[in-house]
Design a protein around this ligand. Structure first.
Ligand code: F6R
Length: 609
């Protein structure tokens, strides 16, 4: 989720590069850099921190030249640092590259290239691309880039510069965005439209596998086979603010729609080549290591805590280790029983939440082994924990967490399968079956997102004015908690989640005619039980919206409306079932005119107690 820019023309490249990057800081802001050809060599300037740090670094000696590339980074491989910042170069400095995405086979390529004598400077996956280009370069820039593309696997948008070809940039993309802005005697490249909108509104939007050779007065686009592609000019008619949100009205909606990609990225490199098991190179756990623990604590706040509840279910069900889940602000003060036989898993999107960090430090002090699940490389929690698993969701800007939650669930699911295989708690065939189902999830989320109209209608129709109840059993209850939190925080409607079986122990007194109840019934193992709880609320004339899996023709007989999500293993359904709840909260907030991205009283990262 980094930001990329490129310029070729008559003007000073550094001006556009820094201006363009400033519009892309929402895509990543842990380091930034530019590379400009100065007539002799390609000069690279980069540093850790926000773009302001780079501007400050070069202010008295701005790289001069009319062709260049730039990057603002959101770290995946390698912590934020000067050396890990992009652009990356080969050994000679003649080949320079910026990259957005993940090169999945970088470790194999890196080993190969080191054997051939290449010296690496950074911990990034991107640097292999520059060295690989140096390795295969045969005097033909375009053909050499094609060879690089044949050898790399993963997702990317890439822009290449080569000292020997100082009048052209080559760019390409796979599963990551890339646009070319058409100027007069100059052309622009960017990962996103906001970067170029102040210079031109005429663009080519590249498709996967397309490659463009961009010079100041020509752009030649070819497909994977090298055949010419004729593209239509896309005139951007969004304003700058809308462009930043990728054309979505709010960051939250954009981030909800980014979930298929965020989930795919989080899975990448963690599914074995044969697709039958999970690999976690970051952990390298053994049965002896795991057998030493008698308990796991999962500790987090808010949405991350809700992800932890699902995590507990996964670990206990699949790996058969007892798990307790705690709210960090409670855990840190309740004198929990922790020793060397305890594993502590903290979950935090930002990696900076003060209560979670304190719980982590306290547990370490008492001897626990610690693992962090976080989205921010180099964050305080990532640095403090013994081991880290990253969700590769990219920056989450909206206060209400969406893609962080789904990627946390994915990570917990993979972690549990990984543990199950090591401990032998699940037959190999069952693991393979679950890994196969897991890989369908990104497409299933896309399917769930493909028709939001009914959800918009429910949000309007019911107005959701006072109280809304969310009910479910088992994993459905965990998702209900997250659905209720989403509605509360952005629409300010009082929403409560209850374990459906708990209703008759008190809360049923609140269910009267017309009260909206969102009933999740996706868990086959407790389906009949949930159904009888739904009948209880229906008998009190509640308005019930059911969430069910495709293929369930029963639920609609007992509720007012049903929203369906694709059918999958019941363990994976939470990752799909939360999506309509996120959308329902979003559209309810819109209907009420709330400031969706910046709800009242809330901050994105809670770094105080
Ligand atoms: C809700 C939300 C919060 C966070 C919580 C923890 O949408 O965003 O509840 O989940 O503040 O934040 P992180 O995950 O950054 O530790």
């Amino acid at each position: 989720m980094c930001g990329i820019v490129g310029y070729v023309g008559d003007k000073q490249a550094a001006d556009f590069l820094t201006e363009g990057l400033s519009k892309l800081e929402y895509r990543g802001y842990d380091s930034a850099g530019i590379a400009v050809y100065d007539g002799e060599k390609i000069r690279v300037e980069k540093c850790v921190g926000r773009l302001a740090a780079l501007r400050d670094k070069i202010k008295d000696d701005v790289p001069q030249g009319t062709i260049g590339i730039g990057h603002t980074r959101w770290a995946t491989h390698g912590r934020p640092s000067d050396v890990n910042a992009h652009p990356h170069t080969d050994c000679s400095g003649d080949f320079v590259v910026v990259h957005n995405g993940i090169i999945e086979n970088y470790l194999t390529l890196k080993e190969e290239l080191i054997e051939k004598g290449h010296a690496f400077k950074s911990e990034t996956d991107t640097e292999v691309v520059a060295h690989l280009l140096e390795e295969v370069y045969n005097g033909d820039f375009e053909e050499s880039v094609r060879e690089v593309l044949r050898r790399i696997e993963g997702s990317y948008s890439l822009v290449f510069m080569c000292r020997q070809h100082p009048d052209e940039l080559i760019c390409t993309k796979q599963d990551n965005p890339l646009v070319i802005g058409l100027g007069d005697g100059e052309n622009f490249i960017a990962s996103d439209i906001p970067a170029i909108i102040s210079r031109t509104r005429r663009t080519y939007i590249l498709n996967d596998g397309e490659m463009a050779v961009v010079k100041k007065d020509s752009i030649v686009i070819t497909n994977r086979k090298g055949e010419l592609v004729t593209k239509k000019v896309f005139e951007v008619n969004w304003n700058a603010e809308a462009a930043e949100k990728g054309g979505f009205e709010h960051f939250m909606l954009k981030e909800i729609h980014e979930q298929p990609k965020a989930v795919r990225d989080t899975m990448s490199q963690r599914v074995a080549k044969d697709g039958k098991s999970i690999v976690m190179d970051e952990l390298k756990w053994t049965a002896d290591y795991l057998n030493d623990f008698n308990k796991i604590y999962i500790v987090a706040c808010g949405t991350a805590y809700h992800a932890g509840l699902v995590g507990k279910y996964y670990i206990e069900k699949l790996a058969r280790i007892p798990v307790e889940v705690d709210i960090a602000s409670e855990f840190r003060y309740r004198d929990p029983i922790i020793d060397e036989k305890t594993m502590l898993i903290v979950v935090s999107q930002s990696g900076e939440t003060s209560d979670t960090l304190a719980a982590l430090k306290e547990s370490k002090r008492r001897g626990a082994k610690t693992l962090a699940l976080t989205n921010v490389v180099g964050s305080s929690i990532a640095r403090e924990a013994d081991q880290v698993l990253y969700t590769w969701a990219g920056p989450e800007i909206a206060v209400a967490s969406t893609k962080a939650y789904t990627t946390q669930l994915i990570l917990f699911f993979m972690l549990s399968l990984y543990m199950a295989e090591i401990l032998g708690t699940l037959p190999k065939e069952r693991i393979a079956e679950l890994v196969a189902e897991l890989q369908k999830v990104p497409a299933q989320i896309s399917e769930t997102l493909s028709d939001v109209e009914p959800i918009k209608t429910f949000a309007k129709q019911y107005g959701f004015n006072e109280d809304v109840f969310y009910i479910g059993r088992s994993l459905d209850y965990d998702v209900a908690l997250e659905g209720a939190l989403k509605l509360k925080e952005i629409s300010y409607i009082h929403a409560e989640a209850y374990a459906a079986g708990e209703l008759k122990h008190g809360t049923l007194a609140l269910i009267v005619e017309g009260v909206p109840v969102i009933a999740l019934a996706t868990q086959k193992s407790v389906y009949e039980k949930t159904l009888s709880n739904i009948k209880e609320v229906k008998a009190r004339d509640a308005v019930v919206i059911g969430i069910a899996a495709e293929g369930d023709d029963e639920l609609e007989k007992y509720v007012d409306h049903v929203m369906k999500v694709p059918e999958t293993d019941e363990l994976l359904i939470p990752i799909l079932a939360v999506v309509p709840l996120q959308l329902l909260a979003y559209y309810a907030a819109i209907t009420r005119g709330c400031d969706v991205d910046k709800p009242r009283n809330l901050a994105k990262s809670v770094t105080v107690e």
